[in-house]
Design a binder for this molecule. Structure first.
Ligand SMILES: O=P(O)(O)OC[C@H]1O[C@H](O[C@H]2O[C@H](CO)[C@@H](O)[C@H](O)[C@H]2O)[C@H](O)[C@@H](O)[C@@H]1O
Length: 419
């Protein structure tokens, strides 16, 4: 779809603004929003509100190796804390629907396209804005951060079959030849490394809680959770940074309990990412979503040091520490010696709610210690989305195929600049 306005669009645009106005007058917007669980003091709390070092509360519930079969709680829990609402809006609809928290209307293709074009005024295409990006990148050190699922690989029903294409792999390999490049994924670091298979990159798994980065130029290398290692990535000395190390036994225990307690729900799938665990409901019938949500909720009640976040048709359980993909980007920039400088442009491409933390990331800077990417043009967040949704990103691309075009364009620019 081409979103450049043409004269023939005028009529339809007018029609769209009329629809838009009508929806707004009903306190509604055609843009998908991510409802944040309300009414839940613990399980849905935003990580930024929590300090990194948590005091009190034991690390384990003391039940390692025994898997308790939970007594079901009341279904009202998951209604009242907003989980179900968040689950329903957790992935872009495949059908052309305009959704709002109060109602869903089936949109004619035209209306949907116009909604998308109107959304792109706020989140312009990174491909069409490439000249603007280059203008800002000129004479700067560019660093590239990439999410995996939905960004480098298309979303598919089976998480074990989310492969990236060879052409995408070669585009990422080329990018890494010219720019420091890292993958920041919700998956375990081992799994995402297995899927990407490139030694040229740095990897952060478990939403940034397991970072294999460069041997540090800065203080981050002296962090107590940093281990220097040479054997993890062939030919490279790397730093391993694992701020949630102490949670490994607890996550393993919760993972086993989740497997046991969801095994009778058809389509449920639990993954262990070592520092966090995911419960997929993409293949669970919608009528059973309240049940799966309630089971997870009941288990988490026993773990005050774990919290829940929502991904694309997945419930993610992770430690209550002030660490996320945004912090991982900051950490990697610091390790790369790219923090305390103005001549750096960080580009982050991602599709999911957890990528929003990275879109909001700050960069250390001598003038003001934390400088938000978006406000100072020190970095660009690029959201991958084929439907309108609210984001902290600056630009957008529609899908992984546009991500690949963008990466290739970066490489072509750099080659040309060097020649
Ligand atoms: O941060 P990411 O690299 O994007 O990882 C986030 C989650 O991605 C995977 O789940 C998502 O992709 C699956 C495969 O396309 C899809 O089936 C699932 O519905 C999506 O949520 C991964 O399996 C999760 O563990 C990650 O947390």
């Amino acid at each position: 779809m081409d979103c450049s306005p043409s004269s023939s669009d005028k009529k339809t645009l007018k029609r769209w603004f009329f629809i838009d106005k009508r929806l707004k007058s009903n306190h509604s917007s055609p843009v998908l929003t991510d409802p944040i669980p309300v009414n839940n003091s613990r399980l849905g709390i935003h990580s930024n509100l929590l300090s990194y070092q948590q005091s009190g509360g034991s690390l384990s519930s003391g039940k390692y190796m025994t898997i308790p079969r939970k007594k079901p709680g009341k279904l009202e829990d998951v209604w009242s804390n907003g989980w179900l609402e968040a689950m329903r809006s957790s992935s872009p609809p495949r059908k052309r629907l305009i959704k709002d928290k109060d109602f869903t209307i089936e949109a004619a293709a035209d209306d949907f396209d116009i909604a998308y074009c109107s959304w792109m005024i706020k989140y312009p295409s990174a491909l069409k804005s490439f000249d603007q990006i280059l203008k800002n990148a000129k004479n700067k050190k560019v660093a590239v951060f990439l999410d995996y699922d939905g960004t480098l690989s298309p979303i598919v029903d089976d998480p074990d079959r989310a492969f990236m294409s060879d052409s995408m792999r070669s585009a990422v390999r080329d990018v890494a030849k010219y720019f420091p490049t890292a993958i920041i994924s919700g998956r375990s670091r081992d799994k995402v490394y297995e899927l990407v298979g490139l030694t040229e990159l740095y990897y952060a798994g478990s939403h940034g809680m397991d970072i294999m980065g460069p041997v540090s130029h800065a203080e981050s290398g002296d962090h107590p959770n940093c281990i220097r290692s040479t054997d993890q990535q062939p030919g490279k000395e790397v730093n391993l940074f694992q701020p949630a190390r102490e949670f490994i036994p607890m996550i393993d225990e919760v993972f086993k309990t989740l497997v046991e307690n969801t095994k009778d729900i058809k389509g449920a799938n639990v993954e262990n990412h070592k520092f966090c665990t995911s419960v997929h409901y993409r293949n669970v019938e919608e009528k059973n979503w309240p049940t799966i949500a309630q089971r997870v909720h009941d288990i988490l009640k026993d773990y005050p040091r774990l919290r829940l976040t929502h991904g694309r048709k997945v419930l993610e359980i992770r430690p209550v520490i002030d660490w996320n993909k945004g912090k991982a980007v900051e950490f990697l920039l610091e390790s790369l010696g790219l923090s305390d400088r103005d001549d750096v442009l960080a580009i982050y491409i991602g599709d999911d709610k957890t990528d929003e933390d990275a879109f909001k990331a700050s960069k250390y800077n001598s003038n003001s210690r934390f400088t938000v990417f978006r406000e100072r043009n020190l970095g660009y967040g690029i959201l991958v989305s084929s439907v309108p949704k609210e984001s902290n990103a600056f630009f957008s691309v529609r899908d992984p195929s546009e991500v690949k075009k963008f990466l290739k364009a970066l490489v072509t620019w750099k080659k040309f600049e060097k020649a």
